[in-house]
Ligand binder design. Structure first.
Ligand code: FES
Length: 287
């Protein structure tokens, strides 16, 4: 029986991680996809992150075969690919569930109920941190802050946000996932499986009808940031009166225009003694 150079752990003149090959048809399909991705970058090695998502979309996690595939098509060593794949927590290194359920247990979410949700889900699902339910549907983990602290406690499924969760809503969420019911995150498209999500993250379009236009269970009000980024609306600009004649602490402002994009962007008073904000008309004009 003959072995390929890759199976012998030698490729491109560099020692490579021994790993079985993909079946020929799978490798041919992945190579075509990989070349699509690589063509988007001036330097092919910049395509490593999306290619790791691509191989993750094939098997649900990044296998040795997937890492060697990435190394082969990018001309890297498997050591280089492994260093990247093991650095980022979004790449899974072992078989896991269709839905990666992450409960934020960083400080704010924890005190707002994240710790209670994580404990309740461990009991409800019968798995610990990193564990997968027997039906292969849900992998539970606790996660770090996802910068959605104003909606704490936050649960993420396949990196989509579920805001303002409670123990009961989180249990209902995982029950729906295991039952195969459609689940809409707070923002964005309806959930798809981890493999399908990985393919989208590799840079391929979400071809589900209406998915791109979907705005999630919270409706379009939560897409203010997106509308701002697209230039479809402009942020309210509020000039804070400072210097002589400005209202002192406790005196009412007239922050005009008064349109605020959310409850979180209301004008905040700044101390007149704040050295970062020199008082006076010139400073105001220069803002
Ligand atoms: S602490 Fe949970 S999103 Fe920031």
């Amino acid at each position: 029986m003959t072995t390929t150079p890759s199976e012998q752990g030698v490729s491109l003149g560099m020692p490579q991680l021994p790993a079985p090959d993909y079946p020929d048809d799978v490798r041919a399909r992945l190579e075509a996809d990989a070349h699509d991705v690589i063509a988007r970058y001036p330097d092919s090695r910049s395509a490593l992150l999306p290619l790791l998502h691509l191989v993750q979309s094939e098997e649900g996690h990044v296998t040795r075969t997937g890492m060697r595939f990435c190394a082969d098509v990018l001309g890297l060593t498997t050591a280089e690919v492994t260093a990247v794949a093991t650095f980022y927590s979004m790449y899974r290194r072992r078989p896991s569930g269709d839905y990666q359920v992450g409960v934020c247990t960083n400080t704010l979410c924890a005190v707002m109920g994240g710790d209670a949700i994580f404990e309740a889900l461990q009991d409800h699902l019968g798995v610990g941190n990193g564990g997968t339910t027997d039906d292969g549907k849900v992998t539970l983990e606790h996660i770090e802050c996802n910068a959605a602290c104003d909606f704490a406690p936050v649960v993420m499924v396949n990196w989509e946000f579920f805001d303002n969760q409670t123990v009961s809503s989180a249990k209902a969420l995982v029950d729906d996932l295991r039952a195969g019911n459609q689940v809409d995150p707070t923002r964005g498209a309806p959930l798809c499986t981890f493999k399908d999500t990985a393919r989208i993250l590799a840079g391929f379009p979400d071809e589900r009808e209406g998915a791109v236009e979907a705005s999630g269970s919270a409706g379009p009000a939560s897409l203010i940031g997106l509308r701002l980024a697209r230039g479809e609306t402009s942020a309210a600009r509020v000039v804070h009166p400072r210097g002589p004649g400005a209202p002192r602490d406790g005196a009412p402002h007239d922050p005009s225009p008064t349109e605020h994009l959310s409850s979180h962007d209301a004008p905040q008073d700044t101390s007149a003694s704040d050295p970062a904000h020199p008082a006076g008309p010139a400073a105001e004009e220069g803002e």
